[in-house]
Design a protein around this ligand. Structure first.
Ligand SMILES: [Zn+2]
Length: 107
């Protein structure tokens, strides 16, 4: 037999407490979303940098610089996001959930 579940800190019962295992996919989704957000923010910053560089070579430089900046920001953001996702995964891999009161708590 496995060791008994801990008591829920909220309703003090362990009758309906279950171990919830977060699958890797949950973190990947969070990471993907974070990456998209970071990429979006990054692309804005990089687009400004690109546009400033581009301003030395008017018109074409601004367009190319902005586009390159946006792509760089997106790629960097995605890479960052998947790393964040994996770290979140490690932290919430094992949690308990109480079906009595819907409370979630750490092991
Ligand atoms: Zn509870």
């Amino acid at each position: 037999m496995s060791k008994p579940n801990p008591n829920c800190p909220k309703c003090k019962s362990n009758e309906n407490v279950v171990l919830v295992k977060r699958i890797k996919k949950a973190g990947a989704v969070v990471g993907g979303a974070a990456g998209a957000a970071a990429g979006y923010a990054g692309s804005d910053i990089m687009a400004v940098v690109g546009a400033s560089i581009g301003s030395f070579i008017p018109v074409i430089g601004t367009t190319v610089g902005g586009l390159a900046g946006a792509l760089t920001g997106l790629i960097l953001g995605s890479a960052l996001g998947s790393q964040v996702g994996e770290q979140i995964d490690e932290h919430v891999l094992c949690r308990y959930e109480c079906y009595n009161c819907d409370h979630e708590f750490d092991a």
